[in-house]
Design a protein around this ligand. Structure first.
Ligand code: HEC
Length: 218
């Protein structure tokens, strides 16, 4: 009786299949836990919800070769500083609204969704809002009734989705929080709205353009 070489035996391949399946299963579980820890709010790349109390800006990182979020000075949304719980409730209302109203039918969030309308990952920082102070209110107004407003040069209009004021405020909080996520440079090379504070008016001795001066009192 000629026995098959070891690498052709049935039991060898059966054992190999069991080991490969088993090890892949363990690796998948470990990767799942690793991903969850990296996408949870309050981790290194995904700030806690109370980040909506602060200024979110971007600056180019030479080493990583793209723009990275810079969490700046206190700048509460709608002028009211929220606790972590309050911030989470507001952001969560906004997230649920984006799901209930199917924003992804037209938009992408963090790159997921449809390409009819702009990606919303950094919508909070879109220069088209005009000014950093006015945008919160402009965004609420826009979300509650976008159909008669042309926001940018896209030429397409967003329909009125019957969003309440409270839901719109939640969406703005959700968008502000989302803009603080370190997305490894996505979307590439976007231009954030100018958020520098006006330089102090007093002794203006050749102020360098990047001088930010003391924060404006507002
Ligand atoms: C039927 C398609 C459609 C749906 C659904 C939709 N939008 Fe829009 N949205 C648009 C279009 C088109 C624009 C661009 C309008 C413009 O520039 O005037 C836009 C623009 C925006 C902007 C401004 C983007 C920027 O970069 O400044 C925001 C914010 C926004 N939408 C949020 C939402 C949210 C939140 C939802 C869900 C509640 C939603 N949209 C659902 C079509 C849609």
């Amino acid at each position: 009786m000629t026995s098959a070489p070891w690498w052709a035996s049935e039991s060898y391949w059966r054992k190999t299949a069991i080991w490969v399946t088993g090890i892949s299963f363990v690796i998948l579980i470990l990767l799942t836990f690793d991903s969850v820890s990296q996408i949870t709010a309050g981790s290194k790349r995904v700030p806690a919800y109370s980040v909506i109390n602060q200024r979110i800006d971007y600056k180019f990182d030479e080493k990583r070769n793209f723009q990275v979020p810079v969490i700046g000075q206190e700048e509460p949304l709608f002028g009211k500083k929220l606790t972590e719980q309050e911030a989470e409730a507001l952001v969560s209302l906004g997230k649920k609204t984006t799901q209930a109203k199917n924003c992804m039918d037209c938009h992408t969030l963090l790159g997921n969704g449809s390409y009819y309308a702009p990606d919303l990952t950094k919508a909070w920082l879109d220069p088209a809002w005009g000014s950093k102070e006015a945008r919160e209110q402009l965004m609420v107004d826009f979300l509650m009734d976008p159909s008669d407003k042309l926001h940018n040069a896209l030429g397409r209009r967003m329909p009125n989705l019957g969003i309440t004021r409270e839901e719109a405020r939640g969406v703005v909080a959700f968008l502000k929080w989302m803009s603080s996520i370190d997305t490894n440079g996505f979307p590439y090379n976007f231009k954030p709205i100018d958020q520098s504070d006006p330089a102090p008016a007093a002794p203006a001795t050749a102020a360098a353009p990047e001088a930010t001066g003391t924060p404006a009192q507002n």
